[in-house]
Design a protein around this ligand. Structure first.
Ligand SMILES: Nc1ncnc2c1ncn2[C@@H]1O[C@H](COP(=O)(O)OP(=O)(O)OP(=O)(O)O)[C@@H](O)[C@H]1O
Length: 403
């Protein structure tokens, strides 16, 4: 798929912009802080309903504006769909497909598919488990859009159960108190829901990892052939209760059994309940899980060098890209200021993948940062400043140059 048009209103540094795009590479050039990443972030938002940089939507709305709107015309196998989402401060977001409102914004997921590789991705290797969970879950929602609803249900149950654990902890501790008994009964209901949605999410992650793992190994080998091989494992808060073939993607060849996982979660939740009540937090479930990234026989986190960590992060993104492609829908590849960080071999490996992409959007400070095989449409991104305002502006790079 590709995006034929991207229009923004009051998105970060862009008051208004309407860009025509074509299949193949497009390069956005400009020095630091001009608004290049903001363009990619907007498109990424349409494909995941979240930013790759911030957890809340507020920073995406241009300072001084009350709302922002992102619109794209996506072309998939010759079929065009116009999709837009409006983020309004303090109100629920709204979305349209072909100008018709959808009931929930997440109904637009799957129309624009993208994979974004950005400097922040180093945190996939060096950061907290939450960064790796998010990587898996975003890929999951791109691949199977209905999983976004499962995630939302799981998060809702998690929040409500956590609130119950916190507020009712005191009354539960008072033995045989009426409040305590009723809180325990309510907790049983939430345990059931947590196990139900948690098992669906867990099964989907385990299946995803099994499909993804060979692409991660292959992508890493192509980027860093001289390095030790990599392998990935699912680390569940269920610990040893999780069947071994569910932890090791190379041993998992079937669909994960959701009923089995639900029963395991329920059983283990019953076991940890006293601890959860004492601490007032949910200790078990996919929100506590991690993906272990190994380099050779060691965990990459704390062991891999800077270059190896970069290669690993890039391999994870390329693996996601290849997996979506193998599913039959080519995602847009977005490369945010990454070539300058890469050595020659890794630049060449990444450029080879990007040159084959149906559409690739690249940001860079200077043209020399972009490999020659990816040269095509070039835009200049600059900042315009007057007394009243400071904002980004886009022009054709080639027309900009002195003749
Ligand atoms: N909500 C907002 N309203 C107005 N301006 C914003 C908002 N959020 C960010 N900006 C501005 O956007 C600019 C940063 O844009 P962006 O991150 O796209 O830069 P960039 O061109 O990718 O730079 P770099 O090469 O340094 O990554 C900054 O000038 C920042 O002040």
């Amino acid at each position: 798929m590709f995006v034929r048009r991207l229009a923004l209103r009051d998105f970060r540094s862009w008051p208004q912009i309407d860009i025509d795009l074509a299949p193949g590479p497009a390069v956005f050039l400009g020095s630091n802080g001009r608004g290049k990443t903001n363009l990619l972030e907007a498109l990424y938002y349409l494909s995941t309903l979240s930013s790759h940089r911030v957890a809340s939507d507020q920073p995406l709305i241009r300072l001084g504006a009350a709302s922002t709107k992102i619109t794209a015309v996506a072309v998939n196998a010759g079929r065009e769909l116009t999709v837009d989402v409006e983020l309004i401060a303090g109100k629920p977001n709204r979305a349209n497909i072909n100008q018709s409102p959808v009931r929930r914004p997440r109904e637009i997921l799957g129309i624009v598919r993208s994979v974004l590789f950005a400097p922040e991705d180093l945190s996939l290797v060096r950061g907290d488990p939450g960064d790796r969970r998010r990587y898996l879950d975003d890929l999951l929602s791109s691949r199977i859009p209905r999983m976004a609803a499962v995630r939302a249900d799981y998060d809702r149950v998690l929040r409500q159960r956590a609130a119950l654990l916190k507020s009712a902890g005191g009354s539960m501790r008072r033995e045989h108190s009426a409040d305590g008994m009723s809180a325990l009964a309510t907790l049983d209901v939430w345990d059931g829901q947590l196990a139900q949605f948690g098992a669906q999410l867990l099964a989907a992650r385990i299946d995803l990892l099994a499909d993804l793992a060979p692409y991660v190994t292959e992508s890493y080998r192509s980027i860093a052939p001289e390095s030790q091989p990599v392998s990935i494992f699912y680390r569940s808060s269920l610990g040893d209760a999780l069947p071994i073939e569910y932890s090791d993607p190379l041993q998992h060849n079937d669909h994960a059994d959701t009923e089995l996982l639900e029963a395991l979660l329920l059983r283990e939740l019953a076991q940890v309940r006293p601890k959860e009540i004492a601490r007032g937090v949910c200790l078990l479930g996919p929100h506590r899980d991690d993906v272990e990234l190994r380099l050779g026989t060691h965990p990459a986190k704390g062991y891999a060098s800077h270059g190896e960590s970069w290669s690993y992060a890039l391999a994870l993104r390329l693996a996601g890209y290849r997996l979506l492609r193998a599913d039959g829908t080519e995602p847009i590849l977005m490369l945010d200021d990454v070539f300058a960080e890469l050595d020659r071999r890794r630049r060449t490996a990444l450029a080879a993948v990007a040159a084959e992409a149906e559409q690739v959007l690249i940001t860079a400070a200077v043209p020399e940062d972009v490999p020659a095989e990816l040269e095509s449409t070039r835009f200049s991104v600059r900042t315009v400043e007057d007394e009243a305002d400071r904002h980004s502006q886009l022009t054709s790079f080639d027309e900009d140059q002195p003749r």
